[in-house]
Design a protein around this ligand. Structure first.
Ligand SMILES: Nc1ncnc2c1ncn2[C@@H]1O[C@H](COP(=O)(O)OP(=O)(O)OP(=O)(O)O)[C@@H](O)[C@H]1O
Ligand SMILES: [Mg+2]
Length: 271
């Protein structure tokens, strides 16, 4: 809760139509003012679109209150200046630039002195590897850069979209530590399919299905409920135990072997 008693981010009835197609039709989402809130759902459920709509990167309607103020009509740059840091699904790292250069590019004019002390305190490796080309870092180290960038500007909320996607189990554990450390400093909205990671990090969770909020409540409760997990996330017999390595159980695709999803990288506002 913020000082006003509201959640840090309160999304109500968020709707997105792209190219005449209704992608989101009623997403409700609260992000607590501390720790990790998880946004879950199968492939194509609308998680990334929700995050992009919150940030104003796609046309949207509904209500998005951030830190007590309505932002649904604000441009992305204005909203971001109010204190939202975003680590996108593809990380958005410049492989041909050094770690230090990647961080320097994230400095935001007017946001005060960049918080290098905090970033280097949380991720000493970034200091040690300042001169290394980001493209030569491990997946876990690249996530440190991606998350580190969001911590530079005194943000009040960090949104991380599937930071463990495509990473080996050992690296997932490394990323879990990265997120844990970040969440000690700033509240995190974590989009994730790795349920072992969610179990380890998340307090509250929200589950999307077909562009709507299908469930919200404590993540631990959902993951302890095999029937609800199966219905909402599609995981059947096997749910991660707290002792299990983080590379374990993930939310399966909605239609294994089904037609591939088209997610155009550009031209989203078209049509
Ligand atoms: N720009 C777009 N144009 C058309 N359809 C889109 C666009 N972006 C997303 N979609 C569609 O909207 C739905 C939700 O996509 P989204 O990427 O938000 O899902 P997701 O939950 O993030 O999935 P994943 O787990 O695979 O990342 C999908 O059916 C997707 O194909
Ligand atoms: Mg996504």
């Amino acid at each position: 809760m913020t000082a006003t008693g509201e959640p840090l981010l309160a999304v109500r009835d968020l709707r997105v139509v792209i190219g005449g197609r209704h992608i989101l039709h009623g997403v409700d989402l609260d992000v607590a003012d501390g720790g990790v809130t998880a946004l879950l759902g199968r492939n194509g459920a609308g998680k990334t679109t929700t995050v992009r709509a919150v940030l104003g990167l796609v046309p949207r309607s509904g209500s998005v209150r951030f830190a007590g103020l309505e932002t649904v009509r604000l441009a992305t740059h204005t909203l971001v200046r109010r204190g939202i840091g975003y680590a996108p699904e593809d990380r958005g790292i410049f492989a041909g630039l050094t770690v230090a250069e990647n961080l320097r590019l994230a400095e935001r004019p007017g946001a005060g002195e960049p918080a290098y002390r905090l970033v280097h305190e949380l991720f000493p490796e970034l200091k040690a590897r300042a001169g290394q080309l980001a493209g030569t870092l491990s997946g876990g180290q690249q996530q440190m850069v991606a998350i580190g960038r969001t911590l530079l500007n005194g943000n009040r909320l960090i949104i991380a979209d599937e930071p463990t996607k495509g990473l080996a189990p050992r690296v997932v554990t490394e990323v879990a530590r990265v997120l844990e450390r970040a969440a000690q400093a700033v509240p995190v909205l974590l989009v994730e399919q790795n349920l072992a990671l969610v179990r380890r990090l998340a307090g509250p969770c929200v589950v999307l299905a077909d562009g709507r909020t299908a469930h919200s409540g404590p993540a631990a409760e959902l993951l302890a409920d095999a029937e609800a997990s199966r219905r909402l996330l599609g995981v059947a017999r096997h749910l991660p135990s707290s002792a299990e390595p983080l590379g374990g159980s993930t939310v399966p695709s909605r239609s294994p072997g089904g037609p591939p999803r088209a997610v155009p990288a550009a031209g989203e506002a078209a049509g």
